[in-house]
Design a protein around this ligand. Structure first.
Ligand SMILES: Cc1ncc(COP(=O)(O)O)c(C=O)c1O
Length: 393
């Protein structure tokens, strides 16, 4: 068995060796600035455009609909602020959910402070949005609906195509944060009827610090980052050429064996859930059984704190995420668990395990056995002080 046993693939993934290899020449031989006209720059520009074609093909989009960014946070900010700014003459009402990543919730809060009206859609106890609730809440002044494709903590997958269809019918723009689903679920922007979609490379074995925003052709949108005329005037700043090349390579690799790998992950996920339930008394699965990311297991363990569990597992060579606190190190239950109605005490024992390419059944057996022993000890000892969590990533 190889250590560490890394079970935090929703936080980030290791960069695939073939991706690193594809990136390397763009640090050394092909180091040109893609905005320049001579051949070293043109080589970099060609590589960027070929990566754009790969990302576009993965989404069933046109290359000119792909804007490269610095990651999921920038893509979400650019989508929300860019639409709000461009469409404020039509209306100032925005709809989103209480379980979005902070990269969506915080720009929404900023806009609310600037006179926009931000309304949160209800979610059920599994974290699902009902498309009928979206339909009921759309108003004549609604300019944008933003609902994430799948949640980063509890793994709940949303009915994006249904919401997309009704937004299109009602003439309201629709954004989805697909950061957690790329490489896991099929993403076809035409079938999903989304107008804007956020991605980040480091969640699908690409490099950190690079992402993309899909903006459908013809959608009026105001740029977020002023500066040079890069990205056809839509985002100022010299492009991260090695990162973009890496993103293109990673998305292509992810799609090559997506179905087989996700089937393997789904089987391991269900195995882990069952083994946890069998081995540890009073463990509760959060999120949906049916509409769940193939690699996500999120449980609350009664009578213990998630963070000491995390530290004890780390000492045994296992990396997981404590899902109870926000990344600031707060001891408050996460906004996601609060929104789905997990009682405060139960939310303190939240643990997220997200599987990936390196995950084996043997590693999961070791994890469950270790966790069962740690839970027994902690329950005997009582509560311990919490530390920082990565489940909000
Ligand atoms: C759902 C979701 N959206 C956005 C982000 C932010 O992405 P990035 O780390 O690339 O800024 C993350 C990851 O942390 C995420 O899980």
């Amino acid at each position: 068995m190889e250590f560490p046993i890394y079970l935090d693939h929703a936080a980030t993934t290791p960069t695939h060796p073939a991706v690193v290899e594809a990136m390397l020449p763009y640090f050394t031989d092909c180091y040109g600035n893609p905005a320049t006209l001579y051949s070293v720059g043109a080589m970099a520009q060609d590589a960027v455009e070929s990566a754009r074609e790969r990302v576009a093909a993965a989404l069933n989009a046109f290359p000119e609909e792909i804007l490269f960014t610095s990651g999921g946070t920038e893509s979400d900010n650019a989508a929300i602020r860019g639409i709000a700014l461009a469409h404020s003459d039509r209306g100032r009402h925005l709809l989103t959910t209480p379980i979005e990543h902070h990269a969506v919730l915080e720009p929404m809060e900023t806009l609310a402070r600037c006179g926009f009206s931000v309304e949160l859609l209800p979610v059920d106890s599994e974290g699902r949005v009902d498309p009928d609730d979206v339909a009921r809440r759309i108003r004549p002044d609604t300019i944008l609906v933003s609902v994430m494709h799948a949640n980063n903590e509890i793994g709940t997958v949303q009915p994006i195509a249904e919401i997309g269809t009704l937004c299109r019918e009602r003439g309201v723009l629709f954004h989805t944060d697909a950061v957690q689903t790329a490489g896991k679920l099929p993403i076809d922007v035409r079938a999903l009827q989304v107008d804007l979609l956020s991605l980040t490379a480091h969640k699908f074995y690409g490099p950190k610090g690079v992402g993309a925003l899909y903006i459908r052709r013809g959608v009026r949108w105001t740029r977020f980052q002023d500066g040079g005329g890069q990205e056809r005037g839509r985002r100022g700043g010299t492009l991260n050429v090695p990162g973009i090349v890496g993103m293109g390579a990673a998305i292509e690799l992810a799609l090559q064996d997506r179905e087989a790998e996700c089937q393997r992950l789904r089987a391991l996920r269900d195995y882990l859930i069952q083994r946890l339930m069998d081995a540890i008394p009073d463990v509760h699965l959060c999120g949906s059984r049916e509409h769940r990311l193939p690699h996500n297991v999120h449980v609350c363990v009664d009578g213990v704190e998630g963070e000491p569990l995390l530290l004890a597992l780390d000492a045994a060579g296992i990396c997981v995420s404590a899902g109870s606190a926000c990344s600031s190190g707060s001891t408050e239950p996460s906004h996601v668990l609060r929104a789905i109605g997990v009682p405060r005490d139960r939310a303190r024992g939240a643990l997220r395990m997200t599987l990936g390419r390196s995950t084996t059944q043997e590693a999961l057996d070791y994890t469950v056995d270790t966790l069962a022993a740690v839970v027994r000890d902690l329950r005997r000892l009582g509560g311990v002080q919490p530390v920082v969590s990565s489940a909000s990533l």
